[in-house]
Ligand binder design. Structure first.
Ligand SMILES: *[C@@H]1O[C@H](CO)[C@@H](O)[C@H](O)[C@H]1NC(C)=O
Ligand SMILES: *[C@@H]1O[C@H](CO)[C@@H](O)[C@H](O)[C@H]1NC(C)=O
Ligand SMILES: *[C@@H]1O[C@H](CO)[C@@H](O)[C@H](O)[C@H]1NC(C)=O
Ligand SMILES: *[C@@H]1O[C@H](CO)[C@@H](O)[C@H](O)[C@H]1NC(C)=O
Length: 335
């Protein structure tokens, strides 16, 4: 980590020196750092963090003053992190996801009947828009902290919403149980805070059951698995991978929320509006979220796990089609 910071300092130096640091910027920094209660190791780190902050402040001003942009960015908990740190600490390791997605297709499907036909029969016509939040089917926005455990939040959210739709009870499930127990020792190729795969969580829960958040609270580091037996709570019975077209994802969303993998490299500053800031020529699936609907313009509505102050109260609207790779590897519970 120290080496990373040093390297980054060296790389940032020319940019920093070229910047004029005025009172306005310093005031913005002080306001932000007291709001986010920043505590640094020493003066060097503080200076380093300030430099990153000033650059992000500048980028934000440029971005938000361009009327062509369909979304705005703001200052948030990531405003003093380098791109590398954000990718390392918050997102999943890219090689891991590549590895997982290659081996995941068998795991991602678990059903006896043709699920597409089944979904079709349940929703013969597509609603012009759908938002599961308005139906009370989505729990509050959570915060994964500095741990790449997005996969457990995406999976818990998927099970919470399905449980609501099926059993009419909206209960928070335990991401920590998934983080602690969906592990190699239990037969899952998953790497805790370095990343994982929502389909494995659903498979695990179908065998062991997922308990409530209240029973097994989130602490944001991987601990020893603390459940026994096979009767720990909600158990999904059937799930499947959603085919990779817009129409299939819309059809799936007419039935329930969907766990989706995305490229979130450029999501750090998102404040509001229709996000289209991914490099579509280089999609790396490094984050898992929960799609909860789409609007009349076909923008996707997704629930993130970076707290309620990120984005639109913790949510994001993504431009239509395969924006940020949202169509690529998705799962849904069907029974
Ligand atoms: C906005 O888009 C128009 C049309 O593509 C372009 O001519 C203009 O330079 C853009 N404005 C900015 C500030 O980028
Ligand atoms: C494990 O769970 C039990 C009860 O659910 C609790 O009393 C105990 O403190 C937990 N142990 C750890 C290490 O979290
Ligand atoms: C979508 O899935 C099909 C197979 O079901 C595959 O051949 C195709 O490459 C996929 N397209 C994308 C953009 O991932
Ligand atoms: C993207 O979505 C829009 C709206 O649904 C559609 O009209 C358009 O054809 C799509 N574009 C591509 C490239 O798929």
């Amino acid at each position: 980590m120290n080496r990373l910071i040093l390297l980054s300092i060296i790389m940032l130096m020319p940019l920093c020196l070229a910047q004029d640091i005025n009172v306005e910027k310093l005031l913005a920094y002080n306001k932000w750092s007291s709001q986010y209660q920043r505590v640094y190791l020493n003066e060097h780190e503080k200076l380093f963090r300030q430099m990153i902050f000033f650059e992000k402040l500048q980028k934000m001003k440029e971005h938000n003053s361009n009327p062509n942009n369909t979304y705005s960015i703001h200052l948030n908990q990531f405003s003093d992190m380098t791109k590398e740190e954000f990718t390392q600490k918050i997102l999943m390791k890219q090689d891991l996801v590549g590895h997982l997605t290659k081996g995941a297709s068998q795991e991602a499907t678990h059903n006896d009947v043709n699920s597409e036909a089944q979904l079709n029969s349940k929703s013969p016509t597509l609603a012009a828009s759908i938002d599961w939040r308005t139906k009370g089917a989505v729990t509050s926005v959570k915060n994964q902290g500095n741990c790449g455990s997005c996969w457990s939040f995406s999976a818990a959210g998927l099970m919470e919403s399905f449980n609501f739709i099926k059993n009419k009870a909206l209960v928070d499930f335990s991401e920590q149980q998934l983080l602690d127990c969906v592990i190699a020792a239990n037969g899952y190729n998953i790497h805790g805070c370095d990343g994982g795969w929502p389909a494995y969580c659903v498979d695990y829960a179908s065998k062991v059951g997922i308990t409530t958040l209240k029973n097994y609270p989130y602490v944001g580091v991987q601990n020893k698995c603390n459940v026994t037996g096979t009767n720990n709570g909600f158990k999904p019975k059937q799930w499947n991978q959603v085919p990779n077209t817009s129409n299939d994802l819309k059809m799936a969303l007419n039935f329930s929320p969907v766990s989706v993998l995305v490229d979130a490299n450029n999501w750090d500053g998102y404040q509001s509006g229709i996000f289209n800031g991914c490099d579509q020529s280089l999609i790396i699936l490094n984050h898992a979220v929960l799609a909860v609907g789409y609007d009349k313009q076909d923008n996707w509505i997704v629930k993130n796990s970076w707290g309620p102050y990120w984005g639109e109260n913790g949510y994001m609207r993504l431009a239509p089609n395969n924006t940020c790779g949202i169509l690529k590897y998705n799962i849904q519970i069907t029974a």
